[in-house]
Design a protein around this ligand. Structure first.
Ligand SMILES: Cc1ncc(COP(=O)(O)O)c(C=O)c1O
Length: 365
């Protein structure tokens, strides 16, 4: 059993064929329509379709004026693209520890990480569970800092009735095939901030402003656009979003019933008032269990699993640049070693969940 299988078929093929036949291959009407579709889900005023969440995070940092030597606060436990986007700007990712129960940034630790060089706070909605955004926004407000949601995994997640992507200055989503919906590669920036939106628009397309006859270049911009070919796939996927979310949530509940019965295995937690998107279903194993051994044994049972995500502070690039921070980040370090992602995607059946639970029971003992 694979860890994830993207849900693509005839609808996506037809959508791509239509774009190819139209002759309009770069960013155009399909991308605009996809932006509308995503901002309807996130209740945001503006949406910008980009080539990935990584380029979306980078573009947002640039648009907010983050420069070399600045600092951006983020949880230590995330896919390293979160920190790469900051380091690409010559800025410093400042790692803050996570809460062991939710895998999300611990808001109580943010204030101590703020310095005169801090330019932004970038919480990550780990595996599709929103960070404690009221608490994060409160610290940010006291210090006059913008907040960027790394919502790569969180399309459709909510925080006390409000949508991921609408909870801060800007939100950034990913449409990589392992995410809630896919465009192949792709991303989206959402924001209600009109001034930021204008900067994003210009910087996404070469720093250009469109005139009557041709463009004028007013900034050192990028080509970070999502093409209409990709957007068409996203539009076909979007029609299935409600069903995908419902299915992921119900499968996650069923899997939790099964894995909670296994000694030393802890099912993911969803705090009251939050709706998880379950982009990934991640359990924590007791410290006495060798997580990597479990991954290998699960493979022998033909069930693909992987680590939760990365302790970014443990990755060689960030150790070399910023030194060892392991002692200051115990929860992220433990999550890096003991978290385990199990297969979860809409096509799975109850029988598949039984197979996963049986393989896990055999693999942890
Ligand atoms: C939390 C997080 N941020 C950013 C990214 C980067 O997304 P993309 O592959 O669209 O650049 C990912 C992808 O796995 C992610 O999980």
């Amino acid at each position: 059993m694979r860890l994830n299988v993207p849900l693509t078929g005839a609808d996506e093929l037809d959508a791509v064929r239509t774009v190819l036949e139209s002759g309009y291959l770069t960013q155009g009407p399909r991308a605009a329509e996809f932006e509308k579709g995503i901002t309807a889900v996130t209740t945001s005023a503006h949406g910008y379709a980009v080539s990935s969440a990584t380029t979306g995070l980078h573009l947002t940092l640039v648009a907010l004026g983050v420069e070399a030597g600045d600092e951006v606060i983020m949880p230590a436990f995330s896919f390293p693209a979160t920190a790469n986007a900051v380091a690409q700007q010559g800025a410093v990712p400042v790692f803050v520890d996570i809460r062991p129960d939710t895998f999300n940034i611990d808001p109580a630790l943010i204030e101590a990480a703020i310095t005169p060089r801090t330019r932004a706070i970038m919480p990550v909605h780990a595996f599709g569970l929103t960070a404690d955004m009221d608490a994060v926004n409160e610290v940010a407000r006291r210090h006059g800092l913008p907040v960027i949601e790394d919502a790569a995994c969180a399309l459709g997640a909510t925080y006390h009735g409000r949508a991921a992507g609408s909870l801060a200055t800007a939100g950034v989503f990913s449409f990589h095939p392992r995410k809630i919906i896919t465009t192949g590669e792709g991303g989206m920036i959402t924001t209600d901030d009109t001034a930021l939106a204008e900067r994003l628009q210009v910087l996404r397309t070469h720093g250009a402003v469109r005139g009557d006859l041709f463009m004028e270049f007013v900034d050192v911009g990028f080509n970070y656009r999502m093409s209409d070919v990709h957007a068409a796939i996203g539009l076909a996927q979007l029609t299935k979003l409600d069903w995908i979310l419902e299915r992921r949530r119900s499968l996650a509940a069923s899997l939790s019933e099964r894995v909670s019965a296994i000694d030393g295995v802890h099912a993911p937690v969803t705090p009251q008032g939050l709706e998880h998107s379950f982009q990934s279903y991640v359990v924590t194993l007791d410290p006495s269990i060798d997580r990597d051994g479990v991954i290998r044994r699960m493979r022998e049972h033909d069930v693909e699993t992987t680590l939760g995500t990365y302790g970014m502070h443990l990755q060689p690039v960030f150790v070399e640049r910023f030194g060892s921070q392991e002692a200051a980040l115990p929860a992220a370090t433990a999550a890096h070693r003991q978290a385990l992602t199990l297969p979860l995607y809409p096509q799975l059946t109850d029988g598949d969940l039984d197979t996963v639970a049986e393989a896990l029971t055999a693999s942890v003992s």
